[in-house]
Design a protein around this ligand. Structure first.
Ligand SMILES: [Zn+2]
Length: 101
């Protein structure tokens, strides 16, 4: 795990992915001789703007049933999904340095 120094970027997510890869390989969960193995964070976001971001961020799911014009409520749930950008690394606790923070 990287040290918690504010000016140096950490590689916690990449290091964790590498540890998991080694673990699954060592445990034989990925059989020897397997090809095209691919390890990635589920829901990984690629952010083009400057600054430092976690590859994966907490997601919030909102559900509700809208009122109908003439009373009652919609049969189907309405949904809003949103992602909240993490301000700190969840592994080492370092604050991400944003260009326009
Ligand atoms: Zn970190």
């Amino acid at each position: 795990m990287s040290s918690n120094t504010e000016n140096k970027t950490c590689n916690c997510f990449a290091e964790t992915l590498e540890r998991v890869k080694n673990h699954l390989t060592d445990q034989g969960k990925i059989p020897a001789g397997a090809i095209d193995s691919d390890f990635r964070w589920q829901g990984q976001a690629y952010i083009l703007s400057g600054g430092e971001y976690a590859p994966v961020n907490p997601k919030i799911e909102v559900k509700y049933r809208s009122p109908k014009k003439h009373g009652g409520h919609a049969r189907n749930m309405s949904k809003i999904d949103m992602t909240i950008m993490a301000t700190h690394c969840c592994y080492c606790g370092r604050e991400y340095q944003r260009k326009n923070a």
